[in-house]
Design a protein around this ligand. Structure first.
Ligand code: SAM
Length: 430
């Protein structure tokens, strides 16, 4: 379970806000840590009204910097009042998020995004030291109006709300001005973006606007819902130079009866047609999916249908989870969690074993190819970054390459990453 710690200084409002934040994080399933040392995320409610208060905030930030050096997975979030945000970002590059006052998203929502989406779908290598700011998540849409029977999101995050394009554009321009090269547009159901706005806006239209932002190199978005993924979006990914050929499209199961019990609103063949459309326009598109094993009533043959589907569709990455009943959901209140844990574990293992073989084969096809990589940081003394199709690539160089786009020739492949060497004259852009 993820543990949080909140440190608060200053006015009654900070105290009240941090209490509310703690309550809502607990509702979300996080637990309060004993202190910063055993927390996965530390939120610092800052106050800069008097110099003395600000000095204490800086003192805390220095202490957190040392803790984070020892425990790099720990996230640090600054909320409340901050005096000079660009200066703080510069002084404290290890801070994962400054939740600026006056933003149209609550601190909780921004924090949940930080812990949740961007991490889940973007694995960093072991011992990664990510250079902050190069690739940033930008929430564009919150909540979900669907009612998948297993999912708690509609009750924890409420109905769908989009941020107007002008607000998103502003945030992205601001990030680019501070050195960001890639933005990952975040939502629980990203194709629904803009449908609540007046006038209505489509995700593909937002992508076209963002594609014009000077200095931005790459745009990704996640997570998708197959039922809403229109042809306009396929066209936008294929046509727009900054939008990466990288799609996370959760299918959840390869069995139509199971999809009906999950209330997913599509059948496997709808999904098949969609990925055929994507691959027809972009043969190399990076495709990842989510699978739940051991959903109530899942039979051996339904599980086998999922394995058959994975063997047919050949995803680059599969995020697989054992079903867990979430409070208040239809599956938790009206269905029996009747697949034993051992059996769930076996099915999870089946998926992982099959996927490892598929990913090994797909990645082997990269051997000898040249790929363009946006360099995000270092891990174990080498640079790492990602291709447009979201393949993690490691390579060695003594040059300062953080935030650069480079050409790398792939010299070795593994199921979860590629290794390569920098091409001569490889730096494409800064
Ligand atoms: N856009 C996505 C979709 O179409 O489903 C929603 C992403 S969802 C919020 C994140 C992932 O968590 C889901 O794809 C699902 O695989 C997993 N998940 C959600 N509820 C779960 C549960 N009760 N048990 C296991 N995994 C769950």
């Amino acid at each position: 379970m993820t543990a949080f710690h909140i440190w608060t200084i200053g006015c009654q409002m900070n105290v009240a806000d941090s209490r509310r934040l703690a309550e809502s994080l607990e509702k979300y399933g996080l637990e309060a840590a004993q202190g910063p040392h055993d927390a996965d995320v530390v939120v610092l409610y800052s106050c800069v009204v008097r110099q003395q208060a600000e000095d204490r905030v800086h003192g805390q930030l220095h202490a957190l910097q040392q803790m984070k050096a020892a425990r790099p997975h720990m996230k640090v979030v600054v909320a409340g009042c901050v005096s000079d945000i660009p200066d703080w970002r510069h002084r404290y590059p290890f801070v994962d998020l400054i939740a600026e006052p006056g933003q149209d998203l609550t601190v909780r929502d921004r924090l949940v995004d930080l812990l949740d989406l961007s991490e889940r779908y973007r694995f960093d290598p072991e011992q990664a030291v990510r250079v902050p700011g190069i690739s940033e998540g930008v929430t564009i849409h919150q909540g979900c109006n669907r009612s998948c029977t297993y999912c708690i999101v509609p009750s924890t995050r409420g109905g769908e709300r989009s941020r107007p394009p002008a607000v998103v554009l502003d945030e992205v321009r601001g990030l680019v001005a501070r050195g960001t090269k890639e933005v990952v547009l975040l939502s629980q159901i990203v194709e629904r973006y803009g449908r609540d706005l007046r006038p209505r806006v489509l995700l593909s239209e937002l992508l076209r606007l963002l594609d014009e932002v000077e200095g931005l190199e790459r745009i990704r978005f996640l997570t998708s819902y197959p039922g809403d993924f229109g042809r306009d979006l396929v066209d936008a990914i294929a046509e727009l130079p900054r939008v990466c050929e990288d799609v996370n499209l959760p299918i959840q199961s390869g069995d139509n009866d199971m999809l009906r019990r999950m209330k997913r609103g599509y059948v496997v063949d709808n999904y098949r047609q969609l990925i055929q459309r994507l691959r027809a326009r972009m043969p190399d598109v990076g495709l990842s999916t989510d699978i739940i094993v051991g959903f109530p009533g899942e039979t051996e043959s339904e599980h086998q249908h999922t394995l058959d589907m994975l063997a047919e569709f050949r995803f680059d990455v599969v995020h697989v989870a054992m079903y867990s009943p979430r409070p208040g959901t239809v599956s938790a209140t009206q269905m029996d969690d009747d697949v034993p844990r051992e059996e769930k574990r076996r099915r999870l293992h089946d998926v992982e074993t099959l996927q490892k073989r598929i990913a090994t084969e797909i990645n082997a096809g990269y051997l000898g190819r040249s790929v363009d990589v946006l360099v995000e940081g270092t891990a174990k003394g080498r640079w790492y970054g990602r291709t447009r199709t979201n393949k993690l690539v490691h390579f060695a160089s003594d040059e300062p390459l953080a935030g650069r786009l480079v050409d790398v020739e792939i010299t070795a492949t593994e199921p979860w990453y590629l290794e390569g060497q920098l091409e001569p004259a490889a730096v494409l852009a800064c």
